[in-house]
Design a protein around this ligand. Structure first.
Ligand SMILES: [Ca+2]
Ligand SMILES: [Ca+2]
Length: 597
């Protein structure tokens, strides 16, 4: 997510040929009437038939002890929901509860609680006179394949290398964007032209830019997953480094870290981004040959660099002490630069082909970087900074977005809560803040029909990533308190993302019987393969609908929860991004790990 007026304008470029078709998909979904409506057609045919009344639930299923709330949308006067087993026998008949009217939804919503259905199996549901639904699974491992797929999505974002058919299947592609000897452009910098090699790393999102602020938070989130959850230690993701005896997640993170290290200037500061002068069309990387530049150097990019490299130096120390030492040295140099340049904002000279990632508040980044540096350095500077600053901050004062590239305060808390850096009153402060934030989210979610802590204008750009970040905090509160309400709420977020939502859609590409098909993702759009690259969580509902200026058609009823449409041009609601996939896979891993305890 990169709030950028330039970006809005950029998306007016060359996609006119398909825009009408995409718009029609949105229109059909928006105006679909009652009864069983099969959506047919060429591009449209890839959508499974969406029927109304919609009976919505997680398309990947529920574990036996999960709360299993099914929501029925716009079903007239049906009173019951029937659970039908594989032998077509009705094994349960549960009354529907009509929910109060809600500003996000123009329909009558009813819910039924199938939590008492604990026998493993593949069922269907029947409401009123409706046809039976797609399968409703009760299964021991609903996300067994999803966690590795989410972690593998980062492999599909690799820049500068070819993806082989052996690892990428039908989504194999040629190498592009070598990113060698790129010109460095920094506002106000005098002197001779400078050039630098910055190959590798991950594409940030649906575009081909590489951005330090998002790289830092995504890497840190993945590092937390790798260090905390054994379920994420697979060496079998089918990436080039599989079966080398090292977790593929750590191998994949290192692909990004190696690029991150190239982004440090000789003075310790970290460059802000790598990108083109103009947004690329929906083509594969090797066909995007416009000049790429290294742009800017800010306090935020440098502190993201410091936090991620300090964190990584701790995690990679047992595997590669030399690499860990290099990371630590780089992190400390970045911290020094940031202390000497504490108010340098994002670059304003990007020329229009990259996102802005604007941020004028730096205390959160300083605290986050210090919280990781304090864990690897013997210097007292980082602890002193934390001791002076941390108690003056509160997650409870933070807005709906607890954790994202512009506000990394939660990363400091999530880093410190499992460290030895804080003790006594400060430790209590960290724990209390996390639990209080989670309690507020849990209580809010309990009042929402789909069990998530968002409503109305809480749904901003990347809401699916935001919800996943809230899920991370919920799971940390669960670890601290063992209050099942926190874990239930975190699970409800996953169920929402996998189909228990007003769009009757799994927001994860390739997973679910009706999943997002047309992500705003250049490789998926340019590869000629019908199915999108799997394992990506798309941005999700965003009430601001910034892309209507491009002709994107949304549901006619304007509300936060309904501001989503599965069309390629919808950068506001249907893009993918590394900082959304990272918390989503963390959340899955945290939930899977919690089952074992
Ligand atoms: Ca490996
Ligand atoms: Ca900030």
């Amino acid at each position: 997510m990169k709030v950028s007026q330039e970006r809005f304008l950029s998306c007016k470029t060359a996609r006119s040929g398909v825009l009408l078709v995409w718009g029609l998909v949105g229109a059909v979904l928006a105006t679909e009437g009652k009864g069983s409506v099969e959506i047919a057609g060429t591009k449209l045919g890839r959508l499974q038939g969406a029927t109304r009344p919609h009976v919505v639930f997680s398309q990947l299923g529920y574990q036996p002890d999960d709360k299993k709330i099914v929501t029925v949308i716009d079903n007239g006067d049906a009173q019951n929901c029937e659970l039908v087993d594989g032998g077509k026998r009705v094994v349960a008949r549960v009354p529907l509860l009509q929910l109060p009217s809600h500003p996000d939804y123009p329909w009558i919503l009813k819910s039924c609680d199938l939590s008492e259905v604990t026998a493993l199996g593949s069922y269907t549901l029947k409401v009123g006179g409706s046809e039976e639904t797609h399968p409703f699974f009760v299964t021991a491992e609903p996300w067994r394949e999803l966690l590795p797929a989410s972690n593998k999505s980062f492999y599909f974002q690799r820049a500068s290398v070819a993806l082989s058919a052996a690892h990428a299947g039908p989504w194999a592609r040629l190498a592009g964007h070598p990113d060698r000897q790129l010109r460095i452009r920094i506002e106000g910098e005098q002197g001779p032209e400078r050039r630098k090699d910055v190959p590798g790393g991950w594409y940030d999102a649906g575009d081909y830019g590489k951005y330090m602020v998002n790289a830092g938070i995504a890497v840190a989130t993945l590092l937390m997953q790798a260090e905390r959850f054994a379920v994420a230690s697979s060496d079998d993701l089918n990436i080039p480094e599989s079966h080398n005896g090292i977790s593929d997640l750590l191998d994949e993170i290192r692909y990004e870290l190696d690029w991150i290290l190239t982004m440090q200037d000789s003075d310790g500061g970290a460059f802000f981004k790598v990108g083109t002068r103009q947004w690329a069309g929906f083509v594969l990387p090797h066909l995007d040959t416009g000049e790429r530049l290294i742009i800017g150097k800010s306090t935020t990019s440098t502190l993201n660099f410091a936090a991620a490299t300090a964190h990584a130096s701790r995690i990679y120390a047992p595997l590669d002490p030399h690499y860990a030492a290099r990371l630590k040295e780089a992190a400390e140099a970045a911290w020094r630069w940031a202390r000497e340049h504490p108010y340098v904002t994002e670059p304003h000279n990007d020329g229009g082909g990259t996102g802005t990632y604007n941020d004028n508040s730096f205390g959160d980044e300083f605290l986050w970087a210090a919280s990781q540096l304090a864990q690897v350095s013997s210097s007292s500077e980082y602890r002193d900074y934390i001791n002076q600053q941390l108690s003056q901050t509160s997650l409870r004062q933070e807005g709906r977005e607890a954790l994202w590239w512009q506000n990394t305060l939660s990363m400091a808390y999530l880093s410190l809560v499992r460290s030895h850096v804080v003790d006594g009153k400060l430790r209590s402060h960290v724990e209390n803040e996390i639990v209080a934030y989670a309690a507020r989210a849990r209580d809010k979610a309990a009042r929402e029909p789909f069990g998530i802590p968002y409503r109305e204008n809480d749904f901003i750009w990347g809401s699916n990533g935001g919800l996943s970040n809230v899920g991370m905090i919920l799971m940390e509160a669960y670890r601290l308190t063992r209050d099942e309400g926190f874990r239930d709420c975190a699970k409800n977020i996953v169920h929402y993302l996998l189909g228990h939502n007003a769009h009757a859609l799994s927001f994860v590409t390739g997973y679910g019987f009706r999943s997002a098909q047309f992500p705003h993702h250049r490789p998926s759009g340019g590869d000629g393969v019908a199915a999108p690259i799997p394992g990506f969580v798309v941005g999700g509902p965003n009430y601001e609908r910034q892309d209507v200026v491009d002709g994107v058609v949304y549901p006619a009823f304007r509300s936060g929860a309904l501001s989503y449409v599965d069309t390629q041009p919808s950068f506001s609601s249907n893009e993918v991004a590394i900082n959304w996939s990272a918390p989503f896979s963390y959340l899955l891993a945290a939930l899977l790990e919690s089952q074992k305890s």
